[in-house]
Design a protein around this ligand. Structure first.
Ligand SMILES: [Zn+2]
Length: 319
């Protein structure tokens, strides 16, 4: 059932409406027809994406998950709420933030029901999700960098979230030091209210990577099964690499030019191997050989070719 989470009229006959698809298992739906209160207490998984309007990988995930669940409602035991577009105006305008407000929606949580429009939107989304058995907030990378499917966890909530992360079929789990954690994100705010929330980062901005996105959607079914919400089939992939105490090397451009990747993204790379070259198309010369400083997992690789000194080219999780 499509439900409206937040709605407001905008000038010039526009409308800002955040919607969710509430998918209710067949048995629960039948019982709730007589006792609607059952829906309030039933176990519920929340899947969120589109907080950043230029990150579209989650659109495929939302589609695949909803399509699968709808086809097997008898195997769903509870509720899955899918929120495909928390920032619908951003998605329409292909903008990260909220158009017209010049604002990153993922920096104003938990919001304020009596605050300005975007704050009220954030508060409505918080209220709607709070109390779920788990929430998964799916982001994509920007247009510049391609990411392996990964879960990012703040070390403060690692004890609770680390056992759940591998269920999502990701290749990598990056546990961040608490000093680098932003407190105004949806995930931070929901975790602070005891709704376990995992952040997924995958692919590249403004694009869909169907194979990875389908794996992730299957991982959401796997997570639902873990909570007893799903008894249907799902794909289970192997254990991800977990960052743990391992250091991450950042490789940055030393010169301006066009970056040509040579290494394969998402695979192990050895010390001294070439990640790519920065070339000068005007002169026809190689300006910089980008060499891997340490063996490890190449989990981030530049997708957008134009670089300047300091541009991020790659990240390697050192072995
Ligand atoms: Zn994002």
């Amino acid at each position: 059932m499509i439900e409206t989470v937040f709605s407001v009229e905008l000038p010039v006959r526009e409308h800002l409406r955040v919607q969710k698809n509430r998918i209710v298992g067949a048995q629960l739906a039948k019982a709730a027809a007589n006792d609607p209160q059952l829906l309030e207490t039933a176990p519920r998984l929340a899947v969120v994406t589109g907080i950043h309007g230029d990150e579209l990988e989650g659109q495929y995930v939302a589609f695949h998950l909803a399509q699968t669940l709808n086809a097997h409602l008898d195997q769903l035991h509870g509720i899955v709420d899918i929120y495909p577009a928390i920032n619908p105006l951003g998605i329409n305008a292909v903008e990260r933030g909220v158009p017209g407000f010049d604002l990153d929606l993922n920096r104003i949580f938990p919001g304020d029901a009596n605050g300005p429009l975007t704050e009220a939107l954030a508060a409505a989304v918080m209220d709607d999700i709070e109390g779920a058995v788990a929430c998964v907030d799916i982001h994509a990378s920007n247009i510049f960098l391609r990411e392996m499917p990964q879960v990012r966890i703040n070390e403060n909530s690692a004890a609770q979230l680390l056992p759940l992360a591998p269920l999502l079929n990701v290749d990598f789990v990056w546990v961040h030091a608490s000093a680098t954690v932003l407190q105004s994100t949806l995930a931070y705010s929901l975790n602070a209210r005891n709704t376990p929330t995992l952040v997924v980062e995958t692919g590249v901005g403004m694009r869909i990577t169907p194979d990875d996105d389908r794996k992730l959607a299957e991982g959401l079914l796997r997570l639902a099964a873990h909570f007893g919400l799903w008894s249907g089939p799902f794909e289970a992939h192997g254990m991800p690499v977990i960052s743990g105490d391992k250091a991450v090397s950042f490789l940055n451009a030393e010169v301006a030019g066009i970056f040509l990747a040579k290494a394969r993204h998402g695979l192990r790379i050895g010390e001294g191997e070439t990640i790519g070259q920065i070339v000068d198309p005007l002169q026809g010369v190689v300006m910089q050989e980008v060499v891997c400083p340490a063996s490890g997992l190449l989990f981030t690789l530049r997708e957008y070719p134009v670089v300047y000194p300091g541009s991020l080219l790659a990240r390697v999780l050192k072995e």
